[in-house]
Design a protein around this ligand. Structure first.
Ligand code: ADP
Length: 784
C-alpha cells in the first residue's frame, strides 16, 4: 500500500469524528510518557550516530534525513521511524514522509493530512507527544495494514518556521517508548533542522550555481553573437579578402571551441573545393587538402556531395571513414572530430565550405551549431561578394587588354591598306576615283584585292565593336523568319572560303537530307556559324581539317519540335579545361599576348552565345586540352510546324540596277562622294555630288533628285538640318532621302527616321545594300 493512496483516501477530520471515534485525549499518552521510567542514555551509540549523520551531511550524494530515520530506528529500537515535512498536495497542506526506515520503509514519499494527524497535533502543541493506538481517534490510521501501538512524535523548526516532525512507531506492545526516546528525538530534531537548512541552502546554492551557469552561457552566447556582428560589420567595410577569411575561421574556432578550422571555395570549372585559409593545419596537411573533390571521403567532400552539414563526433567510429586513407590523414593531423558546413548562395548553390576540427571526440551543442549556421551565411555572402569583385577586376583587365588588342587589330588592316595604296600610286596614275587606265593592271588588281580584304576586315571589326555595345546593353534583337539551317550554314561556309583557301584548310560538311527548318534570324545565324568556323580555322595550323556536322533530334511524341545540333570540330590548338568556362565571356581570350599569331577582339564567342540563346538554344565548348583540338556544339530548337507554303519566297529583287534614279550624293569627304557617284553612274543612275549642306540645296533645286544619299556629319549645316531644308523645297518634297553615317545604333536609326530620312545606311555602304534599297524606290519620271 502506498502512502499516496493513503493520503488521497483520507477523509476530512470532521468525517472522522462523525464516525464516532474516541476524542483526542483518549489516544494521547504524553502524560504517561513523563511518568514512565526512562532507560539510561547510551553515549557511545549516540556518538556513532552523530558521526554517521555529520558524514552524511558532508557527502554530496547522501540523503541526510533518511540517514536520520535509520539512526532513530536504531537508537530508539523502534519498529518504524521517519521524518515528515510540511508540504502541499493538490493544494491541501499535508505532511510528506520524506524519510522512513523500518517496517514502514515502503511508505516513504507518502502523505498524511496536516490538520488531522498525530504530526499536526504535535506541531500545534510544539512539543513531543506520545499517541497510543492513534487509529482510535485519527481516521487514517485505521486504513494502515500495520497497527500502531505507540507513536512518539516530536516537532522540529527551521528558524521560526515549523518544518515537520520526527517520529518512531511501535507496531505492537513489545516496545514502549520512554523519556530517553523523547530526549533522543528532540536532540536529533535539531539535526533534522540542520539537514533541512543545509538542503535549503543547497537549493539556493544550486539555484545560484544554475543562474551562474546560465549567465556564463549567455555571456558566451553574447560573445559569440558579438563576434558574428563584428564580423558582419567588417565584411561590410573591409575589402581585404584574406583578412576576412582569417576572421571567419577565427570566429569558427571561437564559436565551436575547436582546435582547427578551414574555409574553402567551390571552383565550378573543376567541380572541387579549394582551400582558402586554415587555422592549425600542418603545411603538409594544407598542401594535401588544397583541392577536395566531392568524391573524396573527407567530411567536406561528403558535405559538398550532399549539400548538407556533415558532423562526425568521432572519426574512429564513423563507418564511411573506416579503412580509408582519409582516416589515416585525420589521425596524422590529430583530428578526432570534424564538422563541415556548406556555404550556400541564396539560390542554394554551394559556394564553399566552412569546417572545424577537434583533437578530442566532440559533440557540438545545438546552440553552437546554430551560431555556426549564422557564420556560414555570413561567409557565403563574403564568398559571393569576393567573386563579384573578382569578376569586376577581371572584366576591367579584359577591357584594358581589349583596347590594346583593338589598336593592334586596327593597325594590321590599316598597314595593309597603306601598302596597297602605295602600290596603286606607284603603278603611275593620278587617282583611282576617276578609274583612269593604269600602267600595271596586274599589280593594281592584286592591290585592290588586298584592299578589299582589309576593308572587309575593318568593317568586321567595327561591326564587332557595335555588337559589343548591343550585347552589353542587351539590345540584340532578332528578325525571325522561317529559315533553312542548311542554307544558313552554306552562307557561313561561303564567307569562310577565302580564309580556308589561304590556310590550305578543308572544311568537311555533313548535313541531313531535306530542309532543317528553324524560326530564326538568318543574318545573325550566319554570323554564329561564320564565327565558329572562323575560330576553328584561325586556331588550327595550316592544312588541318575542320568538320561540321548537323544532326536532327526529334523526341518521340506528337507535337514535340526537336532540335538541330551543329558540331564544329577542329584539329587545332585546343583549349585548356579550366578555360572552357570563360571563353564565352566578353573579351575573354586564352592567349592575350599581342604577339599571338591569330585572334580577334575576344567578343566573337560572346556574340555567338548571346545569339544562340536568343534563339532558345545553347552552346557548349569541349576540348581535351591544349594540342587536342576543340569542338563547339550548338543546339537550336527546330520550328514547331513546317513553313507554310513550303520554301520561303524567292529573292526577286533584281538588285534594282539601272532603274534610272536621279541621285544626289552629299558628303564632305570628296573622295567618298565622288567614288560613290561613279559607282552609281556605272550602275545606270544619273548622279550629282555636293560637298556640303548649302551646296546640296543649290544642286537639288536644279537637279531635282528623287534619291538623296546624305552624310550626317557635314560641317556647318549637318545632315539633319540639310534633310529638313531639302524636304521644305518643292524639288525634294517627295525625294527618298537616305542617311549615310558611321553611327549604327538603334537609337541613331530612330533619330534619322524622326528627322525625315526614309532609310539609314551605315558607312562604308555596301553596293549590294544600296542596290536593294534603290530597287524599292519608285523610279523617277523622266520629266527632267
Ligand atoms: P577571338 O576574337 O579572340 O577569337 P572569340 O570570342 O571568338 O575571340 O574566342 C575567345 C577565345 O576562345 C579565343 O581568343 C581563343 O583563345 C579561344 N577559342 C575560340 N575558338 C577556339 C578554337 N576553335 N580552338 C581553340 N581556341 C579557341
Amino acid at each position: 500500500m502506498s502512502g499516496e493512496s493513503l493520503a488521497s483516501s483520507s477523509p476530512s477530520p470532521s468525517a472522522g469524528r462523525s464516525h464516532g471515534r474516541l476524542p483526542l485525549d483518549a489516544v494521547l499518552a504524553t502524560d504517561e510518557l513523563r511518568r514512565r521510567p526512562a532507560r539510561p542514555a547510551d553515549p557511545a551509540a549516540e556518538n556513532d550516530a552523530l558521526t554517521a549523520l555529520v558524514e552524511a551531511l558532508a557527502r554530496p550524494d547522501a540523503q541526510p534525513l533518511q540517514e536520520l530515520a535509520e539512526c532513530l530506528l536504531g537508537l530508539c529500537r523502534a519498529h518504524s521511524a521517519g521524518v515528515s515535512l510540511l508540504d502541499t498536495d493538490a493544494g491541501q497542506p499535508v505532511f510528506r514522509w520524506r524519510a522512513v526506515a523500518g517496517r514502514w520503509a515502503a511508505r516513504r514519499g507518502g502523505t498524511m493530512p496536516r490538520d488531522h494527524s498525530p504530526s499536526g497535533v504535535t506541531l500545534d502543541r510544539r512539543e513531543p507527544q506520545l499517541f497510543s493506538h492513534p487509529e482510535r481517534h485519527f481516521h487514517f490510521a485505521s486504513t494502515l495494514d500495520l497497527p500502531i501501538a505507540e507513536a512518539l512524535v516530536v516537532p522540529f523548526f527551521v528558524g521560526d518556521r515549523a518544518a515537520g516532525t520526527l517520529w518512531v512507531l511501535a507496531h505492537d506492545a513489545s516496545r514502549r517508548f520512554d523519556g530517553e526516546d523523547a530526549r533522543l528525538l528532540t536532540w536529533l530534531a535539531r539535526f533534522a533542522a540542520l539537514a533541512e537548512r543545509a538542503d535549503e541552502l543547497g537549493r539556493v546554492q544550486a539555484q545560484l550555481d544554475a543562474r551562474r551557469l546560465i549567465d556564463d552561457e549567455r555571456t558566451a552566447e553574447l560573445a559569440g553573437l558579438r563576434r558574428l556582428q563584428e564580423l558582419s560589420l567588417r565584411l561590410l567595410r573591409s575589402s581585404d579578402e584574406t583578412t576576412l577569411y582569417e576572421s571567419v575561421i577565427d570566429a569558427a574556432c571561437e564559436i565551436m571551441h575547436s582546435d582547427f578550422a578551414s574555409i574553402q571555395r567551390f571552383v565550378p570549372e573543376r567541380g572541387e573545393l579549394k582551400l582558402l585559409a586554415h587555422r592549425g593545419f600542418e603545411p603538409a596537411a594544407a598542401a594535401a587538402w588544397k583541392w577536395i573533390a566531392p568524391t573524396a571521403h573527407t567530411c567536406c567532400g561528403m558535405a559538398l556531395a550532399g549539400k548538407e552539414r556533415v558532423l562526425v563526433p568521432d572519426v574512429e567510429s564513423f563507418p564511411p571513414l573506416a579503412g580509408t586513407d582519409v582516416l589515416e590523414a585525420y589521425r596524422g593531423a590529430q583530428m578526432r572530430a570534424i564538422q563541415s558546413t556548406p556555404l550556400l548562395s541564396r539560390q542554394g548553390q554551394v559556394l564553399g565550405m566552412l569546417s572545424t576540427h577537434w583533437r578530442r571526440v566532440t559533440h557540438p551543442g545545438a546552440e553552437d551549431l546554430r551560431k555556426m549556421d549564422v557564420l556560414a551565411s555570413l561567409a557565403a555572402d563574403l564568398l559571393q561578394r569576393a567573386q563579384a569583385d573578382q569578376a569586376l577586376r577581371e572584366a576591367d583587365v579584359r577591357k584594358t587588354e581589349f583596347l590594346a588588342m583593338l589598336a593592334h587589330e586596327l593597325r594590321n588592316p590599316l598597314a595593309s591598306l597603306h601598302n596597297a595604296l602605295q602600290i596603286v600610286r606607284e603603278a603611275g596614275d593620278e587617282g583611282c576615283a576617276g578609274g583612269a587606265a593604269l600602267d600595271d593592271p596586274q599589280a593594281v588588281r592584286a592591290a585592290t584585292a588586298i584592299m578589299d580584304r582589309q576593308l572587309a576586315q575593318l568593317v568586321r571589326l567595327v561591326d564587332d565593336l557595335l555588337d559589343i555595345s548591343r550585347i552589353s546593353r542587351g539590345r540584340i534583337e532578332l528578325r525571325k523568319e522561317r529559315i533553312d539551317l542548311a542554307t544558313v550554314i552554306q552562307q557561313a561556309l561561303e564567307t569562310m572560303a577565302p580564309m580556308c583557301k589561304q590556310l590550305e584548310q578543308t572544311v568537311t560538311v555533313e548535313l541531313p537530307d531535306g530542309p532543317i527548318l528553324l524560326d530564326g534570324d538568318a543574318t545573325r545565324l550566319v554570323q554564329v556559324f561564320g564565327n565558329l568556323l572562323n575560330n576553328a580555322c584561325k586556331y588550327s595550323e595550316r592544312g588541318r581539317r575542320v568538320r561540321l556536322a548537323v544532326r536532327v533530334e526529334r523526341p518521340a511524341g506528337a507535337g514535340a519540335a526537336g532540335q538541330a545540333i551543329v558540331s564544329i570540330r577542329d584539329e587545332g590548338i585546343g583549349i585548356a579545361v579550366d578555360q572552357l568556362g570563360r571563353i564565352f565571356e566578353m573579351f575573354a581570350q586564352v592567349d592575350t599576348s599581342l604577339e599571338r599569331a591569330q585572334g580577334g577582339l575576344g567578343i566573337g564567342l560572346t556574340l555567338v552565345k548571346t545569339v544562340v540563346e536568343l534563339h532558345g538554344g545553347r552552346i557548349e565548348a569541349r576540348s581535351d586540352g591544349p594540342g587536342h583540338g576543340s569542338e563547339f556544339e550548338v543546339r537550336l530548337p527546330l520550328a514547331g510546324e513546317p513553313a507554310e507554303g513550303g520554301e520561303e519566297g524567292g529573292e526577286g529583287s533584281g538588285a534594282g540596277s539601272g532603274s534610272g534614279h536621279r541621285i544626289l550624293v552629299v558628303d564632305d569627304c570628296q573622295d567618298a562622294a565622288d567614288s560613290l557617284a561613279l559607282l552609281l553612274r556605272n550602275s545606270g543612275h544619273e548622279t550629282r555630288v555636293a560637298y556640303g549642306g548649302a551646296e546640296a540645296l543649290q544642286v537639288a533645286e536644279e537637279f531635282r533628285p528623287n534619291v538623296v544619299l546624305l552624310d550626317l556629319g557635314l560641317p556647318q549645316m549637318d545632315g539633319y538640318e540639310t534633310c529638313r531644308r531639302l524636304r521644305a523645297t518643292p524639288a525634294c518634297r517627295e525625294a527618298f532621302i537616305v542617311a549615310q553615317t558611321g553611327r549604327a545604333l538603334d537609337e541613331d536609326k530612330a533619330q534619322t527616321e524622326e528627322a525625315g530620312f526614309r532609310a539609314h545606311l551605315v558607312k562604308p555602304v555596301a553596293l549590294e545594300d544600296l542596290a536593294k534599297l534603290l530597287a524599292d524606290v519608285p523610279a523617277c519620271r523622266s520629266d527632267g
